[in-house]
Write a protein that binds this ligand. Structure first.
Ligand code: 13P
Length: 254
């Protein structure tokens, strides 16, 4: 059984006092030892939240990272800087970065590589838009996004990584993929990795993201290839996030 992974992507929300209150409400996560847990705060707060959570089981990830090592890239930060600030990894390829910052597959692959080279954990996000789903292109799109890393960096690149399937039409819309819809895509993603390396495919954690909340988490986690969740809106509410993490923990402990 793969160890579940749950991340809370706070996106561009909350000021320091809000984050402090949220983290105080997340104290019970310390008891959920069967799950890997992460929070993904806005960049200005990464160093202080990492320092605050040092020694706890809750890891801190960034929402993005540069694919470049250093230099004249105003407004960006490197994987080495994240590592230096105690940050454990970063999301790459989130659909909001793909859409608003025009980050394509090659940029995302470079970001993924930069994280690995700094010894940090990449969380690769893939997902189709509603138009792509309606055109029957879901598997072609998510496979292309995954292969951009897999073909250039090999299956071993995923040894410490997490893959997150986040259908764009389900993000922040209240429309969740049904457990069966998500399971079908997760199984297909795992099959793509298996073409390269069957045992690594079996070990890879694939989390689902898109309007996950306490009310639908257990149904998603009941699926054999849904190993966790990347949670947006519901991660800003301590009780909702705790309940989602508890559902992930129950996937292992029953
Ligand atoms: P919501 O849970 O708000 O739909 O966001 C999902 C997401 O984008 C997590 O990265």
């Amino acid at each position: 059984m793969r160890r579940p992974w749950v991340g809370g992507n706070w996106k561009m929300n909350g000021l320091r006092a809000d984050h402090e209150a949220l983290l105080a409400g997340l104290q019970p996560l310390a008891q959920m030892t069967a799950v890997d847990l992460a929070v993904v705060p806005p960049a200005p707060y990464l160093a202080e939240i990492s320092a605050q959570l040092a020694g706890s089981s809750l890891r801190v990830l960034a929402q993005t990272v540069s694919g470049h090592a250093a230099g004249a890239y105003t407004g960006e930060w490197s994987a080495a800087m994240l590592q230096d600030c105690g940050v454990a990894g970063a999301l790459v390829g989130h659909s909001e970065r793909r859409q608003y910052q025009h980050e394509g597959d090659a940029v995302v692959a470079a970001q993924f590589r930069a994280l690995r080279e700094a010894g940090l954990q990449p969380v690769l996000c893939v997902g189709e838009t509603l138009a792509e789903r309606e055109a029957g292109e879901t598997l072609a799109v998510v496979s292309r996004q995954l292969l951009a890393v897999l073909e250039s960096q090999g299956p071993e690149a995923f040894d410490h990584a997490v893959l997150a399937y986040e259908p764009v039409w389900a993000i922040g819309t209240g429309l969740t993929a049904t457990p069966e819809q998500a399971q079908a895509v997760h199984a297909s993603l795992r099959a793509v990795v298996a073409v390269f390396d069957a045992s690594r495919a079996e070990a890879l954690r694939i989390a689902y993201g898109g309007s996950v909340k306490a009310a639908n988490a257990a149904g998603l986690f009941a699926m054999p290839d849904i190993d966790g969740a990347l949670v947006g809106g519901a991660s800003l509410d301590a009780n909702e996030f705790l309940a989602i993490c508890a559902a992930a923990q129950a996937r292992v402990t029953g």
